[in-house]
Write a protein that binds this ligand. Structure first.
Ligand SMILES: [Zn+2]
Length: 345
């Protein structure tokens, strides 16, 4: 340190006084480098107003965005902290304490129940701010509890991963969460309830190697990173250049791993519509007359249509039938596997 920083700067500070303007009024878009005013950014759901880049969103903002109104937090059972007494540069217990102080949460997952599009739903959302959303025993416990709640309440399960993968400080205990979460989402499927995964930035490592890639429907936010190992690691291993856009939501959609890429502003409406298509037993979607989806259009057709009766879940609804249609849809359900536009011709 020199005399400029040690002596002059404190003196100037003492004359000028403490700053009364916070530092974080402006944020730089990581994609286009445009400057974003914090209020504009919040109003636009953390999407860049210049280029549409989807910046990270806090987990509570996300829950507020998705649920119809109030939602109820579900307590995640507590787990033994630091089972391996792990220490690297810092003790794992200290890292946990820091993350808990920073986020005000016990661990990297939040489970909540409420309604989306009028349908009962349990959401298990990752908190990336908590140790990179890494999956240890507590997160595994959260997924299990979310699945159990969905089954007991006859609700859909919606997982929203945002994670760097397994929590290395928990070693084997962390890896055990892979089969545990797979079994948990299996319970939801066995109960005939929809399991939807909303992949957000980033979904990597052990999370993408377990429950996050087992959804009945995979949605992803535009441009988000989805993969197992990092791009550089793969390139060094196979000694080949990977194509542009590798491991992005759009690339995975084009190659069949993701069903749809949905802009943040359309997320709530899209999930609500899908839940109505998969779970609606009374045809209320049709009565609302919003003119999209199977059996929509003419009044009453949904009551005798594809989702009438006790069927809780229609896994044969294709993605074409679930994506927003630009043109009004005919009342007659389209044959399975045929897109609406193709069927009209
Ligand atoms: Zn931008």
């Amino acid at each position: 340190m020199n005399w400029l920083t040690n002596l002059i700067r404190p003196k100037i500070r003492s004359i000028v006084g403490p700053k009364d303007v916070p530092d974080n009024l402006w944020q730089k878009c990581p994609s286009c480098e445009g400057m974003l005013f914090h209020r504009d950014l919040a109003e636009n759901m953390n999407v860049c107003t210049h280029c549409g880049h989807h910046l990270k969103m806090s987990v509570t903002d996300r829950l507020n965005l998705l649920f119809d109104g109030a939602y109820k937090r579900i307590e995640v059972p507590s787990v033994p902290q630091d089972p391996l007494k792990f220490k690297d540069k810092k003790k794992y217990v200290d890292r946990l304490k820091d993350a808990q102080a920073k986020t005000g949460e016990k661990d990297a997952i939040i489970v909540a129940e409420g309604e989306i599009g009028g349908m009962p739903a349990v959401v298990a959302a990752f908190n990336f701010d908590f140790m990179g959303g890494s999956m240890g025993a507590a997160v595994g416990e959260g997924i299990v509890r979310a699945a159990e709640t969905a089954v007991s309440k006859n609700a859909a399960l919606i997982a929203i991963p945002a994670s760097g993968g397994a929590r290395m400080q928990e070693g084997m205990v962390s890896l055990i969460q892979l089969p545990r979460t797979v079994i948990a989402v299996r319970m939801v499927k066995d109960a005939g309830l929809p399991y939807i995964v909303l992949l957000t930035d980033p979904t990597t490592g052990g999370v993408s190697a377990s429950f996050a890639m087992l959804g009945d429907i995979h949605m992803a936010e535009p441009g988000c990173l989805i993969g197992f190992a990092g791009k550089r690691v793969i390139e060094e291993t196979i000694r080949e250049q990977l194509p542009a856009g590798f491991q992005t939501a759009e690339y995975l959609r084009d190659h069949g791993m993701v069903d749809m890429v949905v802009a943040r502003k359309d997320l709530k409406e899209t999930i609500g519509r899908i839940l109505n298509l998969l779970m609606n037993r009374t045809g209320s979607l049709n009565q609302k007359g919003n003119g999209s989806g199977i059996g929509a259009g003419k009044a009453g057709s949904a009551k005798s249509g594809l989702f009438a009766g006790k069927t809780a879940f229609a896994p044969h609804a294709t993605v074409n039938q679930l994506t927003p249609a630009n043109d009004p849809v005919d009342a007659a359900p389209t044959p399975i596997g045929v897109s609406k536009r193709a069927a009209k011709k």
